[in-house]
Design a protein around this ligand. Structure first.
Ligand SMILES: Nc1nc2c(ncn2[C@@H]2O[C@H](COP(=O)(O)OP(=O)(O)OP(=O)(O)O)[C@@H](O)[C@H]2O)c(=O)[nH]1
Length: 393
C-alpha cells in the first residue's frame, strides 16, 4: 500500500489541477459571452452615431412620423396684396427716390425772371430725364406761354402749372385698362383673354408675368401660365414657382429649346379646357435680328389665335435703359402688334421721362409699372399719381 502512496499523491495533484483549470475556462467563457452577445436591444428609436453615420434602422422611418412632416412641407397658397393700395406706393416710392426731374424743374421755374438760359436749362433737364426732344419742346412752349400770359410767380402756382402740363404730356386720356375679361364662345364655352408678353431678355418679362398673375388672382380671376420662353431653361422653373405660390398652373415643355409656339398653343388650349379667365404667355423674344423675331412671334400669334383671339400684347421695357430701350420698343412695335407697355425697374431710375417718350414712339399707353423685385411690386399706371411722385410733396 505504501508503495502505491506516491502514485495516489500524483493522481490527487492532477485531479486538483484539472478541476482548477476547468473552473477558470468556464469563467472566461462566460465573461467573453457577456461582451459578444449583449442582451437584445430594446425597440428604441435609432440614434445617429458621433461620426455622422446613421444606424441602418434610421433609414426606415416609421410612416406615422413621415406623414406630419410631408404635410408641413406642402406650400401654402399666398393671397396677393390688393391692387388698389399699390397706387399709393407708386407715388411714395417715386417721391422717396427724390427724383431730380421734378425738383430741378421747380427750382428753375421759381426764379424771378426766366432768361433764355433758364429755358435752355429746363429743356436740358427734360432731355436728361429721357422725355425725348419732341415732347420736351412742347412742354417748354406750353410753359413759356402760360408763364407769360398768366404771370405765374409764387411757388404754389408754379407747381400747379408744371403739374398740369406734365400730366397733359403723359396723357390721361389714353385707355390704360388691361383686356383681361374672358369671352363666351359660339358654343357657350369660356374663351380666356390671352395676354402675350414680349420684350428683350433681362427686361423683366418672366417676373412681370408672375407679378401679373398675382394681380389677377387678387382680383379673383382664374389664370393659366404658358412658359413659352424655351430659350432659357430656368425661365419655366421661375414661372412655375411664381404660379405655384398663388395656386396658378403653368404649362411648360420638359425639353430645352422646344417650339415656343407649341407651348403657347398648349397653354391656351388648357385655359379653354379649364374655363380660365386669362392665359398669360411668357416668351423669349431674343432680338438677334428683326426677321428672326418676326418669324418667332408671328408663329406664336398664329397658333394662339387658332384657339382664342389675342386680347393684349404687352411689351416689357426696362426703364433704366433709356434710348436703348426706345430702339427695342421700335422693333417690337413693328413686329409684335403691341397694345400696351409695361415699364419695369421704375424704382431704379430718376429718369421717369421714358414714360412719355415710349408712348410717343409706339403710340400705345404704359399700362403697368414695375416698382421693385417684391412679388407685389407691379402697379397699374396712373398719370396723375406718377406726376405727383415726380414733383414730390
Ligand atoms: N428693381 C426691379 N427689378 C426688377 C423689376 N422687374 C424685374 N426685375 C428684375 O429684373 C431681373 C430680370 O428679370 P426676368 O423676369 O428674369 O427677365 P426676363 O425678361 O424674363 O429675362 P429672360 O428670361 O432672360 O428673357 C430679375 O432680377 C428681376 O427681379 C422691377 O420692377 N424693379
Amino acid at each position: 500500500m505504501n508503495d502505491l502512496l506516491p502514485l495516489w499523491i500524483v493522481l490527487a495533484v492532477l485531479l486538483f489541477v484539472g478541476l482548477v483549470t476547468l473552473g477558470t475556462v468556464s469563467v472566461r467563457r462566460r465573461g467573453r459571452r457577456d461582451v459578444v452577445e449583449p442582451p437584445p436591444a430594446p425597440s428604441a428609436p435609432p440614434v445617429a452615431v458621433d461620426d455622422g453615420a446613421v444606424a441602418p434602422e434610421a433609414v426606415e422611418a416609421p410612416p406615422e412620423v413621415e406623414e406630419p412632416e410631408a404635410a408641413e412641407a406642402a406650400p401654402a397658397i399666398e393671397r396677393p396684396e390688393p391692387v388698389g393700395g399699390r397706387l399709393v406706393r407708386l407715388r411714395e416710392r417715386l417721391a422717396r427716390s427724390g427724383s431730380p426731374l421734378g425738383a430741378r424743374l421747380l427750382s428753375v421755374l421759381s426764379r424771378d425772371h426766366l432768361s433764355e438760359d433758364d429755358w435752355d436749362e429746363l429743356e436740358e433737364t427734360l432731355l436728361l430725364a429721357d422725355v425725348g426732344a419732341g415732347p420736351a419742346g412742347e412742354l417748354i412752349d406750353a410753359l413759356r406761354t402760360k408763364v407769360r400770359v398768366l404771370g405765374v410767380r409764387d411757388a404754389a402756382s408754379v407747381r400747379d402749372l408744371l403739374r398740369t402740363e406734365l400730366v397733359a404730356l403723359v396723357d390721361p386720356t389714353l385707355d390704360r385698362s388691361l383686356a383681361t375679361t374672358p369671352r363666351t364662345g359660339e358654343d357657350g364655352s369660356t374663351v380666356p383673354a390671352v395676354v402675350l408678353v414680349v420684350g428683350v431678355n433681362g427686361t423683366g418679362k418672366t417676373t412681370t408675368v408672375g407679378k401679373l398673375a398675382r394681380v389677377l388672382v387678387a382680383e379673383d380671376r382664374s389664370v393659366v401660365l404658358g412658359a413659352a420662353d424655351t430659350f432659357r431653361a430656368a425661365a419655366a422653373d421661375q414661372l412655375e414657382t411664381w404660379g405655384s405660390r398663388v395656386g396658378v398652373p403653368t404649362v411648360r415643355s420638359d425639353r430645352d429649346g422646344a417650339d415656343p409656339a407649341a407651348v403657347a398653343f398648349d397653354a391656351v388650349r388648357r385655359g379653354r379646357t379649364e374655363g380660365a379667365d386669362v392665359v398669360l404667355v411668357d416668351t423669349a423674344g431674343r432680338l438677334q435680328n428683326k426677321q428672326g423675331l418676326m418669324d418667332e412671334l408671328g408663329k406664336i400669334r398664329r397658333v394662339i389665335t387658332k384657339e382664342a383671339p389675342l386680347a393684349e400684347v404687352l411689351l416689357v421695357l426696362d426703364a433704366t435703359t433709356g434710348q436703348n430701350g426706345l430702339n427695342q420698343a421700335r422693333v417690337f412695335g413693328e413686329v409684335a402688334g403691341v397694345t400696351g407697355i409695361v415699364l419695369t425697374k421704375l424704382d431704379g431710375t430718376a429718369r421717369g421721362g421714358i414714360v412719355v417718350a415710349v408712348q410717343r414712339e409706339l403710340g400705345v399707353p404704359v399700362k403697368l409699372v414695375g416698382l421693385g423685385e417684391g412679388p407685389d411690386d407691379l402697379a397699374p399706371f396712373d398719370p396723375e399719381q406718377f406726376v405727383d411722385g415726380l414733383l414730390g410733396d
